[in-house]
Ligand binder design. Structure first.
Ligand SMILES: [Zn+2]
Ligand SMILES: [Zn+2]
Length: 253
């Protein structure tokens, strides 16, 4: 894989970093994928766990939940693009993408272009990092509902449901094959991947609900925090990306 794309998988040592796609926390001790990119100077980045200050910009790592890193490219109008791994031209329905979320709008594709990967390079990445992805990624997990839909740029990103996978059985099997380890992970590890997937989607779903509530009642300071399941301090944090804009600085690649 290219040094400018997804570079490695690691265990988060500190906690507090926010995922580049869903903008919910990456828990300490869980696996995350690092993507090298150029960060514009400006507001601090929630992605690396900062809550205040200035980001000097430059080449940096951006982190994502392992489960948020790869999405099937279901956009039928997608243009051919070079695979970030091998350089081969790839287009839907035969490719996977990895993309950032929009600043202040979790699980909504950023305006910066995604990274594209052919199935073979996706599988290579998963296989190379299998030790840290075991218990996080599994073929069955890739078919499970997500709190947001991955159905191309025209779909609503705020509704949950099954991911937009290929209808064609052969193609679907090829895509899911990206997440089969060799040798296969144990049934116990695959079950852990499924339950971690559910847990994460619950967290994202709750965050999306809070986003909608806060958007509806932005000026209402008497909002019932118990009703949205958060302490007031947290509510301010949740609002911050919208107010300040660009905390997750838009990305230049
Ligand atoms: Zn995430
Ligand atoms: Zn490739």
């Amino acid at each position: 894989m290219s040094a400018s794309g997804l570079t490695r998988v690691e265990i988060d040592q500190h906690g507090g970093a926010h995922c580049g796609w869903c903008d919910t926390p990456i828990a300490k001790g869980t696996s995350r994928v690092a993507r090298a990119f150029f960060h514009q100077p400006g507001h601090y980045s929630r992605n690396n766990g900062a809550t205040t200050g200035y980001n000097q910009g430059g080449p940096q790592d951006l982190y994502m939940h392992s489960q948020c890193t790869f999405q099937y490219d279901a956009n039928p109008k997608g243009q051919p693009a070079g695979c970030t791994g091998c350089g081969k031209m790839v287009e839907p329905p035969h490719r996977v993408l990895s993309r950032f979320g929009k600043p202040g709008a979790r699980c909504t594709p950023a305006t910066s272009g995604p990274l594209y990967y052919c199935f073979s390079c996706t599988h290579d990445f998963v296989q190379t990092h299998r030790e840290l992805l075991t218990g996080y990624l599994a073929a069955e997990q890739s078919e499970m509902p997500v709190a947001w839909r991955s159905a191309g740029p025209f779909a609503s990103s705020s509704e949950g449901g099954p991911p937009a996978l290929p209808k064609d059985k052969t193609l679907r099997a090829q895509y899911l094959g990206c997440f089969h380890f060799e040798p296969p992970q144990s049934e116990e590890d695959a079950a852990t991947a499924r339950s971690r997937h559910d847990e994460l989607q619950n967290v994202i779903s709750e965050a999306l609900k809070r986003d909608r509530l806060l958007r509806k009642r932005p000026a209402d300071t008497s909002v019932d925090h118990a009703a949205i399941g958060e302490a007031p301090r947290k509510k301010r944090q949740a609002q911050a990306p919208e107010k300040k804009g660009g905390q997750k600085v838009d990305l230049v690649e």
